[in-house]
Design a protein around this ligand. Sequence first.
Ligand code: ADP
Ligand code: ADP
Ligand code: MG
Length: 699
Amino acid sequence: MAAKNKVAKKPAPKGKAAASPSASAKLFDKILIANRGEIACRVIRTCRRLGIKTVAVYSEADADALHVREADEKVFIGPPPATQSYLLIDKIVEACRRTGAQAVHPGYGFLSEKEAFQKALAAAGIAFIGPDAHAIYAMGDKIESKKLAQAAGVSTVPGHLAAIPNADEAVKIAKKIGYPVMIKASAGGGGKGMRIAYNDNEAKEGFVSATNEAKASFADDRVFIEKYIEEPRHIEIQLIADGHGNCLYLWERECSIQRRHQKVIEEAPSPFLDAKTRKAMGEQAVALAKAVKYKSAGTVEFIVDKNRNFYFLEMNTRLQVEHPVTELITGLDLVELMIRVAAGERLPLQQKDVKLNGWAMEARLYAEDPFRNFLPSTGRLVKYREPKPGPDVRVDTGVYEGGEISMFYDPMIAKLCSHGKTRDQAIERMRRALDEFYVRGVSHNVPFLAALMAHPRFVAGKLTTNFIAEEFKGGFTAKDLPPRDPAVLAAVAAVVQRIWDERRRSEPLQRLSGAAEARHAEQVLRNETSKDDRVVMLNREPVALTVAGLADDFRVTVGDRTIAISTVWMPGDPLLHGTVDGQEVAVQVDSVGSGWRLIHEGGQAEALVLTPRQAELYALMPVKAAPDTSKFLLSPMPGLLASVAVGEGQEVKAGEALAVVEAMKMENVLRAVQDGTVKTLHAKPGDSLKVDQKIIEFA
Ligand code: ADP
Ligand code: ADP
Ligand code: MG
C-alpha cells in the first residue's frame, strides 16, 4: 500500500509515531482477532507493524488457516459451523482471558455488529476495537437509524418509517409513497429481506416474502417501505472518529457493481460525484456519527439518484470489506487508526489533512463458477499465485497454495486492489493483475471480473446498481468475455512452442558438456534467426504463421501482419510476461497434452502448434466426440445431497426441480435441462457429493 500520510508510515519506531507524542506507549500489548480469513490476516499485519502481539481464534475447519499461522498465539474455539465457534461470545471472552489479550478486533461479519459482544467485553474489562454498544444498537435497526438520521438533518429515502402490520396496509402505504417501492427488513443485512414492488400485487407478495425472509434470517419480521430510487448508485462515506469528539470523512467509495445486492467491484473516489456533493455527503455522514457519539471506523451508505440527490440507507458500524480502496487513495491505515482511537488516542489528523490521491479499484475474487450461474465451488487450491504486489497492486487474502476453500464460510479467495493516477490507469492495472492471478483447483470468478473491467459501460463510469442485471441478462457466458485477437493468441502459442523446442534441443548439450560450453551452445541456438512455418490450431481453427526469433525477441508473421513478441518465459513458468507490439502483457500458460492452454483477459484458448506437414495429417484425423453427459444429472459442486425430488421411472419436464445440493450454507436447486425419464438414482439424500458426481441417470 502506498503510505503517504504520517500515521501510516512504514514500521515507525516506538514513540516516534507522529502526531501524538506518547502514541505507542499507550497502545495495547496484545490484541485478539475475533474473525478468520483475509480480514484476520489484514488486522494481524497492522498489529505486527505496530509491535502488538496477536491472538487468532479458530474452528476445527481452520486449524491450518493462514490467520492461525500468522498470529503469535492461537486458541481453538469449536466445530466448523460459525454458530458453534466464531459466533460464541463466551468462547471469545474466555480466549482473551486465557491469553491476556487486552483488546479485540472483530473484523467484519460475525460478531462485529453485535451489541451484546461489545457489552460482554466491556464487562470483562477488554477493549473493543470498534464503536460503543449504544452506537451499534442505534444503527443496528434500519427504521430506528433512519429516524435518527432525519433528526440529525441527514437526507433519507422518502418512505414510511414504521413496521408494516399486514399486506393490505403495505399496499396502502406503497400507493401513498408511489411505485416503485422497496420493502425492507428493518433488521436486514447482507442484501437479505428486500423486495422491489412496481404495483399493488407485487407490494402484497413482496410484503409476505420479505417478512418471511426477515423472520428466518434475523428472527425479526418487521419490514418497512421506502421509495425505490431508480437508476440508483450505491455511494458510501468512510468515517473515522475518536473518543474526543473528532470525526473525519475519508471520502467516498462507489459500490454500484453488485450482484443480488452484494458488492462485486468497489472504487474510490466515485466517478459520479462532484466536489460539492462529496462535501455535502461527507458532512451529513459526520453529523449522523456525531449524533450517536460515534467512535472508530464506520461507513454511512447512501443511495444516489441520477440527479445526484443522495439519501441515507444505513450505517455499518465496523470496518468494511472494501476499506482498502480508501486506504489506497488516502494513504491511511484504517486498522491502525481504529486501534489508536480504541486505546484512547486522538485522531492524528484533521479534515484538511485528508488526501485524495489518484484512483483505486477493488475486485472480490470468489470461489464460484461464473459460467454456472455463480455456483459456489469448494476444494483445494492446487495452485495459487498472486500478482506481484507493489505500490499499485494490493492483495488481501486468507488463503495459500495447497490450502482449502471450506464450505462453511464466505467463499472469498482474495480482494484484489489496484491504484493509479486516473481511473483508466487503475482499471488498466486491475486488468493486468487479473491476468496475473493464477488460481487452479477451484472455480473462480476471474473471467467475470475481467469482463467487467473491460466492459465499455464500466470503463465509461456509467454505473448503477442494476449494471450486472442489465448487462448480463441471461447470466454470464463465454460470449461476454472481452474480445481477443486470435492472431495474437496464435503468435504467443507459436513463440511458447519455439522456446520449448529450443530448450529441449539444448538440454542434451548441457548434460554432455560443462556449464560454459552449455551456455555457449545455448547462445548459438537462441541466436538462431531461422524462420519456422507453423500452423496453430487455435480452438481447432487453423492459423498459418511464420515465427522467427532472436534471443528473447520474436517476430511472428500472420498474413500481412507482423507481431513483435518479447519475453523471457521459460518452460514451466505458469505466467508468460512480456510485450506484444510494445504493449505489456501477462498470459497464463498451461501445458495440456501436446499443446497449450493460454489464459488471458478471463478467456482461455487451446492451442496446438504444428508444422505444415503435421497440420495436413491433423486435418485428416477424425474429431473425437466429447463423452455424452446429457444423460446424467451431475453435481455441479462438492456438497451434501439434501433431497431428491424425483423417483426412478418418473417423467420430468425441462426446468423441473430434480434435487437440492447444500454447499456454502446455500441450497442449490438442480433442475432438468430437458424433458426426459429418470432411469436410475445414483445417490441418495445425505450423501456427500464430489463435483461432477452422478446423481441421476436418464433413460
Ligand atoms: P460490506 O458492506 O462490508 O462491503 P457486504 O455488503 O458484502 O460487506 O456484506 C455485509 C456483511 O454481511 C459483511 O459483514 C459480511 O461479512 C456479511 N456477509 C455477506 N455475505 C454473507 C453471507 N453469505 N453469509 C453471512 N454473512 C455474510
Ligand atoms: P443491507 O443491510 O442488506 O446492506 P441496504 O439498505 O444497505 O441493505 O441495501 C443494500 C442494497 O440494496 C443497496 O446497496 C442498493 O443497491 C439497494 N437498495 C437499498 N435500498 C434501496 C432503495 N431505496 N432504492 C434503490 N436501491 C436500494
Ligand atoms: Mg448495506
